[in-house]
Design a protein around this ligand. Structure first.
Ligand code: NAP
Length: 337
């Protein structure tokens, strides 16, 4: 076993630049504590599409042309010093790239054990959405009873956030441009959903509706997966001492901001990325996921929301579908049977 099948970005561009190629199986040389995983299940994320288009290069030391941020599989080989795992253990987690391939290597402490109740194809579609939502809630100092507004609530991250907030004792609200996605999210625990109104000036408006739905008080936390003008409205939606965590920029990089509101209400705005974090922080968010989220996955209080599953050979079709904005939840990728 010296080569493996991998999805490869052959040039910056559309889904047709993705080809399945043979690549060397990643070596175990390098730092101790490295584990090689045979990948069974994975899933797509927006970052894969942005990387494919040439706008989101992989961090140093990560395969530059093999996309894929999340995986579930079996431990296949151990470097010296690994104490946590044995060959054959079922694990899942995040890598900064290279998961859309039959094998990957990662530090042993960046892996969590897959509960017996989950198959590896389902498990492969959970880490990115769950860790993104969980880590953002932690950064926002979420506490039971908090009201949390989640944008793009029908996205992979959005649906995971709704379930997590509900399972942890909070009250999830959400926005989506497509009302059917709000219906889907409501079945998973969404309290109230809003379709942003763009009829006045073309810009999304939802803050007045959020304030009306929260007795004029506003929400404690906004998980902003969209950016752009959503930030302006998100700030208007926040209660006194509210926190907005900026997670995505689908609607753009710029927004007007009412600074008097930020100041007078003592608001906090935080930006976050998972992919570029140093190893210590990757270990920390993985361990927090293992301790606080995996038990919720094990007993089904938080579930994978897989709209459709694709074979690795069908990755170009999967990229095109995710880019259409028509999906609700995750598109899974079957790397092996
Ligand atoms: N910071 C991080 O570390 C991190 C990690 C993971 C994900 N993310 C970000 O989180 C977001 C969700 O990721 P995902 O993979 O879960 O997404 P996804 O499943 O692909 O869903 C994205 C959804 O966003 C909505 N959307 C797209 N363009 C929009 C626009 N211009 N205005 C408003 N809504 C728009 C669409 O739903 P509707 O049309 O129904 O609104 C679309 O279906 C992305 O921005 C992604 O980059 C960030």
């Amino acid at each position: 076993m010296s080569t493996m099948r991998a999805a490869v970005i052959t040039a910056p561009g559309g889904p047709d630049v993705l080809h399945i190629q043979q690549r060397p199986v990643p070596a175990l040389s390098g730092p101790n504590h490295t584990v090689r995983v045979r990948v069974v299940g994975s899933a797509l994320n927006r970052a894969d599409l942005i990387q494919r288009a040439g706008h989101y290069p992989a961090p140093p030391g990560v395969p530059s042309d093999i996309p894929g941020l999340e995986f579930a599989g079996e431990v296949a080989a151990l470097a010296p010093g690994v104490t946590r795992w044995q060959i054959g253990d079922r694990v899942f987690g995040l890598v900064p790239g290279g998961a859309h391939a039959e094998y990957l290597t990662t530090h042993e402490d960046t892996l969590a054990r897959v509960p017996d109740t989950l198959d590896l194809h389902t498990a492969g579609a959970l880490p990115e959405a769950c860790i993104t939502a969980h880590d953002a809630l932690r950064q926002a100092r979420f506490a039971p009873g908090d009201r949390v507004l989640v944008h793009a609530v029908g996205s992979g991250v959005g649906l995971a956030a709704v379930q997590l907030v509900r399972a942890l004792g909070g009250i999830p609200f959400g926005t989506a441009r497509n009302a059917e996605k709000l219906t889907h999210a409501t079945a998973l625990g969404l309290e109230t959903g809003f379709v942003p109104d763009t009829s006045a000036d073309g810009h999304p408006s939802f803050a007045d509706a959020v304030l009306a739905a929260t007795d004029g008080r506003g929400v404690d936390i906004v998980l902003d997966l969209v950016g752009g003008r959503y930030v302006h409205e998100g700030v208007r939606s926040l209660a006194h001492r509210g926190r907005l965590v900026l997670i995505g920029l689908l609607a753009g990089r710029e927004s007007p901001l009412d600074l008097s509101r930020v100041l007078a209400r003592r608001l906090q705005i935080t930006g976050t990325v998972l992919r570029a974090r140093p190893l210590e922080e990757r270990i920390a968010f993985t361990q927090a996921f293992a301790q606080e989220v995996v038990p919720l996955l094990a007993d089904g209080r938080v579930r994978a929301n897989i709209e459709r599953s694709f074979a690795l050979d069908e990755i170009a079709e999967a990229h095109a579908l995710l880019g259409s904005n028509e999906t609700t939840g995750k598109l899974a990728l079957r790397i092996a049977d």
